[in-house]
Design a protein around this ligand. Structure first.
Ligand code: TRP
Length: 453
């Protein structure tokens, strides 16, 4: 067999560091900002329950599949998949899967970095007291004014991209691993600190009820699709991240066990985030808004009018920033690895070039909020279009292909070997979930989200 047994980029030092890095990828804006809100809106505890099932039957089999493909291939997603295709003499069209994943990560990075730039700036402003005693109207004004300044946005977007690429350039062990070893414990401390603060608001029970009261009347077919989409997004699936991190995983480490821990930690943080945010929102008598409004309009008002809000507000934005940072690293890593492996570049040069490319693409997103806001195609601006393309089309398609690829195209012998299990009930549960249930569920989400029906 011609495939290398080790990645040329090195390996994780231990199972723990792999879990830290992959959990860092999974915990992102989706956990802290999206999950709590959609849970509250879609039936609280009933939704959380459906979401947990989705993580088990859809998320877990797929993350296992991605990590296994990565570790078997030992290279960037494009090469790993192509090598397996060649080995099994399967149809060359399967190679598209690798491209879809790599490009999705690259494109998400381009706009994640713009939005993380806002988080950066908001954290600083919160600490400096800009939001002290503001009214909801002031908050909307401040946000709109902020978005109307391309140069300010450019500064924060560039800073965030630069910091991410500096870590990536340093490599797997001295860059990514060192960063997550420091940042993930800080993230945990921050979320626990904010939880304690939320407990002190006296509105903790209200937050708890908003997120956990079982309300089956709010749980519609649509909520179930939202739960599936979230299970998929929150585990960073189909964007090259889990596959490339899998390619650095030493042999002998059980993939199913490690993936179970990643999914559990990711879910726990999403739930803790909700328990920290809602009491703060309710303490000021505010309504939890959805989307960017919750973070950039509602929360500044809540923090700005609470005792200690200046400090805890700044800590909250720091939490978001760390979550976004450890995700961003994993989004661009596959592209950098591809440049090194296929274009013979040093890691420094690959990071510079990959980062520059994504930074340039990010300018389209940045300008969508000001100079280009009127420029639309299909009724959407640049940012809305690429977001739609990646999250609603490329990622679901990539997810379906990965699931089918790992379960039916890769030889049974290779996948059993990667999963470290014998052919028995456990293997068949995985194979039926990944090869049958997950593709059907992702297909449902796909048709739902492409506005056909
Ligand atoms: N999991 C991230 C979150 O919950 C979002 C995400 C989607 C992501 N795809 C990714 C992060 C790829 C890193 C890499 O916010």
């Amino acid at each position: 067999m011609s495939k290398p047994r080790k990645s040329i980029h090195g390996e994780w030092s231990s199972r723990f560091t792999f879990i830290l890095a992959a959990t860092g990828s999974a915990i992102g804006l989706g956990n802290i900002w999206k999950f709590p809100y959609i849970a509250g809106e879609n039936g609280g505890g009933a939704f959380v329950f459906v979401f947990l099932i989705c993580v088990l039957v859809l998320g877990l089999p797929l993350i296992i599949a991605e990590v296994a493909i990565g570790r078997y291939g030992r290279q960037n997603p494009i090469n790993s998949i192509s090598n397996i295709v060649e080995e099994n003499k399967s149809h060359p069209m399967w190679a598209v899967t690798g491209w879809l994943c790599l490009l999705s990560g690259f494109i998400i990075f381009s706009f994640y970095s713009v939005i993380s730039g806002w988080v950066f700036s908001y954290g600083l402003q919160m600490g400096l007291g800009t939001f002290q005693n503001i009214s909801p109207d002031d908050s909307i004004k401040i946000f709109n004014q902020f978005l109307s300044q391309p140069w300010t946005l450019l500064f924060w977007h560039s800073l965030f991209s630069l910091l991410t690429l500096l870590v990536v350039a340093k490599g797997v062990q001295t860059g990514i691993e060192k960063a997550v070893e420091i940042l993930m414990p800080v993230l945990l401390i921050l979320i626990l600190t904010l939880l304690a603060y939320a407990l002190s608001t006296g509105k903790f029970m209200e937050g708890l009820r908003f997120m956990f009261d079982f309300d089956f009347s709010k749980l519609t077919g649509e909520s179930i699709l939202i739960a599936m989409g979230q299970a998929f997004f929150t585990l960073s699936l189909a964007s090259g991240a889990m596959m490339i991190y899998g390619s650095y995983l030493p042999r002998g480490i059980s993939i199913p066990k490690a993936c179970f821990m990643i999914a559990a930690a990711d879910t726990a943080i999403a739930i803790l985030a909700g328990l920290a945010i809602f009491p703060i929102v309710f303490a000021h008598g505010l309504e939890p808004a959805s989307g960017p409004g919750l973070i950039f309009q509602t929360l500044p008002v809540a923090f700005g009018n609470m005792f200690g809000g200046q400090v805890f507000g700044a800590l909250f934005f720091m939490l978001l920033l760390l979550a976004a940072f450890t995700s961003a690293i994993s989004m661009i890593e596959a592209t950098v690895a591809w440049l090194v492996e296929n274009h013979d570049m040093t890691r420094n040069k690959a990071s510079l070039l990959g980062g520059l490319g994504a930074w340039l693409l990010g300018l389209g997103t940045l300008l969508s909020f000001n100079l280009w806001s009127g420029k639309t195609l299909f009724g959407k601006n640049f940012f809305e279009n690429i977001d739609y393309l990646v999250t609603n089309i490329m990622m679901p398609l990539g997810g379906i292909l990965i699931a089918l690829f790992a379960s039916w195209v890769m030889s049974k012998h290779s996948i059993l070997n990667e999963l470290g299990i014998k052919e028995g009930p456990g293997f068949w549960v995985w194979r039926v979930s990944a090869g049958l249930i997950a593709p059907v569920l992702v297909l449902l989400v796909f048709f739902h989200s492409i506005e056909f029906f």
